[in-house]
Structures are given as structure tokens and as C-alpha cells.
Design a protein around this ligand. Structure first.
Ligand code: ZN
Ligand code: ZN
Length: 269
């Protein structure tokens, strides 16, 4: 049976990793959990780490690269990172230097029949990015760790059938929560993380532009509740065309999310 799915392997401040899988390609986005956990999760879908086509990193924060050193040691799989991200990683871990495939944010490249487009995300990292992956039939968007959705990113994400979108925090829980004031400002600021209401507004925009499946991702453990994030986005989608919405679980593998058709393909026949 043809495999065309996105699987969330881990999502949130304790670690991020997801698997994009088509018939020909298996691509991991971020390596924010241990190599052992990655290996176990991949075994669950019949893959070994060395069988991966590539890894795409979004940025250098530890919840996205925790498993990177061991991954580089154990496999020869190409790992892609933006120039700024690669520089910071190489400074911290010299052994990464000659192993990362660098690109400029905004560039595109191909991985086993998948057209990868990159875009800059506003976040307090060196050179963070999000991704659009197209295999000719489906168009998949990935955007987490962004303080807001910039115009360019929004333009690329519109038309994606399946989108992984950050729904990081509830603003009231963040304000009343345990974080120090400076951290509250950082999280809610323009270089922080997307809140539930901001996610909901943009999710409605995406559904109006063809999204049929949305995965709410990178939920804060302290400042969010999965039901709350889900409710907010579902409420914003009322009256719009049907769209499946699910929350990426923090510490375990999510249900397979089908890669939905690229609306621009079907519109143009
Ligand atoms: Zn981050
Ligand atoms: Zn993060």
C-alpha cells in the first residue's frame, strides 16, 4: 500500500521530530529527541534511520537538535540546515561542520522527488526556517517556532493540503503562569511562539485556501492544554469546508496524517 503520511514523533518544548513519508522519500523534520527514541519510532513504521532520504532542521534550539550529534555519528543521511543555523551548530559542535548541507533561507532543493521550499520564520534563533514539501500531488507545510506568520510564509503555506502549525500557548495561561516576566515577553513577542488565537486565525485562512488537514504542534506544556488549543482552532473553522484537525502529542507518536492534495494542482486541472 502506498505510504503518504506525516507522522508526528514528538512535539513541544521537550522535543520535536516529525516524519514526512511518500512512496519514494522518508524525510525527518528536526531531531529534538534522542537517537534511540528516533530509532524506536522509525522502527514502528518499518524504517531504519539509515534508510531516511534526508533530515531538515528548522533551527538550533535544543528541542530541535538534541539527537543531532548521535544521528551524525550513526548515519550518513544528509542533514539540511540554513546557513545561520549550520554556523551556530558548527561552533558548538565542530564535528557537525562538514556534515551539514547548508542552504540560504528562501532557497529550494530536491530530496528524492520531493521539492523542498524554505522560508524564514520570526524566532529568537540565528536563522530559523519553515518548510514546504511538494511531491507533485500533495503540498505539505511545516511552521513551528514563529512569533507571527510573516506575509511570505503565509503566501507559501496557503494552498497546502496538510499543514503542521504551531499552537504554542494560551495567552491567559501564559500571563498567569509560572514563567518569569522576561520569558513571558519572549514567548508572546514577535520572535517567540504562535499563540492559540493567532494559530486559529491563520488556520481559518489556510482552510479557505485549500487545507484539509491541520496538525496543531509545539504546544507548551506549562501554558497550554491540548483541548483548549483544539477548541480554539475548531471554533475558528466553523462554517468553513471540512478540515481534520488534530493535536500532535508531546511525548509519543501521533496518528498518521494523510498528505492531502495540492489544491493548486487540482484547480489547474
Ligand atoms: Zn525555538
Ligand atoms: Zn521549539
Amino acid at each position: 500500500m502506498a505510504e503518504r503520511y506525516y507522522y508526528s514523533i514528538a512535539s513541544g518544548s521537550t522535543g520535536n521530530c516529525g516524519l514526512y513519508r511518500t512512496e519514494d522519500a522518508a524525510i525527518l523534520i528536526d531531531l529534538g529527541i534522542s537517537f534511540r527514541r528516533i530509532t524506536t519510532a522509525l522502527a514502528g513504521v518499518g524504517l531504519r534511520p539509515e534508510e531516511l532520504s534526508a533530515v531538515l532542521l528548522t533551527h538550533e534550539h535544543i528541542d530541535h537538535v538534541k539527537g543531532l550529534p548521535m544521528f551524525l555519528k550513526k548515519t550518513r543521511v544528509p542533514v539540511f540546515a540554513s546557513r545561520g543555523t549550520a554556523q551556530v551548530l558548527a561552533e558548538k559542535q565542530p564535528e557537525c561542520a562538514d556534515r551539514l548541507q547548508e542552504f540560504d533561507s528562501g532557497d529550494g532543493f530536491w530530496v528524492r522527488g520531493v521539492d523542498v521550499t524554505t522560508f524564514a520564520t520570526p524566532h529568537d534563533a540565528a536563522d530559523s526556517v519553515g518548510y514546504i514539501l511538494s511531491d507533485g500531488t500533495s503540498r505539505f507545510g511545516f511552521a513551528t517556532d514563529l512569533g507571527f506568520v510573516p506575509r511570505e510564509a503565509a503566501g507559501l503555506l496557503r494552498g497546502c493540503g496538510t499543514v503542521v502549525l504551531e499552537s504554542n500557548h494560551d495567552p491567559h495561561m501564559l500571563q498567569a503562569g509560572p514563567y518569569p516576566y522576561s520569558l513571558k515577553l519572549r514567548v508572546s513577542g514577535p520572535a517567540g511562539h504562535l499563540s492559540n488565537p493567532d494559530c486559529a486565525v491563520f488556520a481559518a485562512d489556510l482552510v479557505k485556501n485549500g487545507a484539509r488537514s491541520i496538525v496543531l504542534a509545539h504546544l507548551s506544556e506549562k501554558n497550554n492544554i491540548p483541548e483548549l488549543a483544539l477548541q480554539q482552532t475548531m471554533a475558528a473553522l466553523r462554517g468553513l469546508p471540512a478540515c481534520a484537525v488534530q493535536v500532535a502529542p508531546a511525548g509519543c507518536m501521533g496518528e498518521p496524517v494523510p498528505l492531502e492534495e495540492d489544491m493548486s494542482c487540482s484547480l489547474s486541472g
